[in-house]
Design a protein around this ligand. Structure first.
Ligand SMILES: [Zn+2]
Length: 575
């Protein structure tokens, strides 16, 4: 927050790094410099983040065929824009963004005071465009079966010549690692060849630009504004930069996630609330188990495997059992950039240390202060951070029917992901092994088809419909989650009816609370973008999940001819 001190220092905190880059004499030093930028900043299966601006990104996670141990997963990177499409797509909109991006590169180099900024920007852009050509498309990256490629250290020299891998891995702290998972082998081969084929001077300019971009948040206002002008305004249409203190909270969250989380939990998440949510989870797991028993489409032996997986599902509520130790991270007052750099290196080393250790299934991938929830497929675990356990999702001072309708539906949603077409790829131990039969898949796909049609029918704008196919997995999880939450809520009543509150029956409270949990506002351009790229339907239509539950029709006496009415044969029941 000390902007005056940051202005006064100017570029000085970054000068030593820029001087080192300018002095790189040869390919070996270049490889070392590239390796030193590697960070643990990608995640294939949990938070699903395939993007890093560094040449490659590291994810340390379980061996997918031997889930007792960790392996380093290497992912493609090196682009300043979000995806290869931004470099290669021929549409006028993308061409316009490319022009603006190249101008942004030049503007950053000019702010840093270098000569020949425009010519350098053109070469840097061309380098990134060539990296983009080597990249694998997003849809392929998301396919676990295409990504699980094991390379020995030797394979890098044989299959991806051009980069001095010894120097690269040594600078990345991975010199003693013998086995890697290379998620996009073609990209690793292509990028390594570019390191050999393009002039050293271009790589040095590229690295200097990358260093400026990484540091921009912590540099004087001119750098912050230039970064926002491109990444905020051009790329996402955001009209105004958020208040500095809010960006500061995000930065602190990223650097000291579980330190902040521990304070958050002590203040806002008492043990009694954790116990209450854990009881809801037990009821939902039981309800889900009964649903599996009753399924008519799943083969008996698949059901046995599903029940076995459910029995060892690990559900984390609020915060991890064991807090991360940050004592090795040095925080220096007055050194914003240095603190950010040390925090990112601390996180990287923390991940490197996992290699060679037994897998810790109690590890969390979300901070307790984040309003979100996640299924960790290979760990067969779920995280429900403390921050999502507050109104409108959860509130111990209201009738429990409302909690089951809101956070209960989310709990059911996440549980169901362990047993859907994606969950079918990972067995109870997290091993990548399909435990469904062909017929199971066929039946599942047929139900999915009906839901695709249902969501294709929703039109947020006259010229733009929800994409039923893109959102089908999440819509299935919504139907399954709401159904399991309803069963669990009924189970919690032990055969009685819930008390009527303000004239509303328990079932009405349950469904109203579900609808309330989806109240959301979007600007039109942002909503249009989400409809194109988001695998979740817009919140309004997630609330319409109720149309597939018979209990909702009874609760509100919904009749044919009313807007949301579906005939019983059109209601989709997957689980
Ligand atoms: Zn989901």
């Amino acid at each position: 927050m000390d902007e005056a001190a940051i202005e006064a220092k100017g570029l000085a905190p970054l000068d030593p790094a820029l001087e080192r880059l300018a002095a790189i004499p040869d390919a070996q030093a270049l490889a070392r410099s590239l390796g030193s930028t590697m960070r643990a900043d990608v995640d294939v299966l949990n938070n699903t983040n395939f993007y890093t601006a560094n040449l490659f990104g590291l994810w340390v996670a379980q061996h997918l065929d031997d889930p007792g141990r960790y392996l380093p997963f290497l992912l493609q990177g090196g682009l300043g824009m979000p995806d290869r499409d931004y470099y290669l797509d021929a549409s006028p909109r993308m061409a316009e963004i490319r022009t603006r991006y190249q101008a942004h590169i030049a503007a950053v180099l000019k702010l840093a005071g270098g000569a020949d900024a425009d010519a350098k920007a053109a070469r840097i852009f061309e380098l990134e465009r060539l990296i983009a050509e080597a990249h694998v498309a997003r849809a392929d990256s998301e396919d676990v079966r295409k990504g699980n490629n094991h390379w020995t250290r030797r394979d890098f020299d044989d299959r991806a010549p051009g980069l001095d891998w010894q120097s690269y891995f040594s600078a990345a702290g991975l010199e003693s690692q013998k086995e890697f998972v290379v998620w996009q082998p073609g990209a690793v081969t292509g990028i390594a060849a570019l390191v050999r084929d393009l002039p050293l001077a271009t790589w040095k300019d590229y690295l200097a630009f990358r260093a400026l971009e990484r540091a921009a948040t912590y540099l004087p206002k001119a750098f912050v504004d230039e970064q926002f002008a491109f990444y905020g305004k051009v790329l996402t249409g955001t009209p105004k930069l958020r208040d500095r203190w809010k960006r500061g909270v995000d930065v602190t969250d990223a650097a000291l996630g579980e330190v902040v989380g521990k304070l958050y939990v002590a203040r806002w998440f008492p043990a009694a609330e954790k116990a209450r949510v854990e009881e809801m989870v037990r009821n939902e797991v039981a309800a889900f188990g009964r649903r599996i028993d009753r399924l008519d489409w799943m083969a008996p032996r698949t059901k046995l495997k599903a029940k076995a997986k459910l029995a060892v599902l690990r559900v984390g509520v609020g915060y991890p059992d064991k807090w991360r130790d940050y004592s090795a991270l040095e925080v220096v007052p007055g050194d914003a950039l240095g603190n950010a750099q040390r925090a990112s290196l601390f996180r990287y080393r923390w991940n490197l240390r996992k290699l060679g250790q037994p897998v810790d299934r109690g590890e969390w991938v979300m901070n307790p202060q984040l309003v979100n929830a996640v299924n960790l497929p290979a760990m067969n675990a779920l995280n429900f951070p403390a921050a999502i356990l507050q109104p409108p999702n959860f509130d111990p001072s209201r009738p429990s029917a409302m909690d089951y309708g809101a956070i209960g539906a989310t709990i059911g949603h996440e549980i169901s992901h362990s047993f859907d077409d994606q969950g079918a790829l990972f067995d109870a131990s997290g091993r990548l092994e399909n435990w469904w039969t062909k017929d199971d898949f066929a039946h599942f796909s047929a139900s999915a088809e009906a839901l695709v049609r249902q969501y294709d029918g929703y039109r947020p704008f006259p010229d733009l419909a929800v994409n039923g196919k893109l959102t089908v997995s999440e819509n299935i999880a919504d139907v399954a989650g709401l159904a399991a939450a309803y069963d669990a809520y009924r189970l919690s009543l032990g055969g009685n009816e819930a008390p009527t509150v303000q004239g509303l029956t328990g079932d009405q409270q349950f469904f109203l609370s579900f609808a309330q949990s989806w109240r959301t506002k979007f600007r039109e351009p942002a909503l249009r973008q989400r409809i194109v790229v988001d695998s979740h339907a817009p919140a309004e239509y997630r609330a319409d999940t109720v149309r597939n539950l018979d209990a909702w029709y009874t609760a509100f006496s919904v009749k044919p001819g009313q807007a949301l009415y579906l005939a019983p044969k059109d209601r989709v029941r997957v689980w």
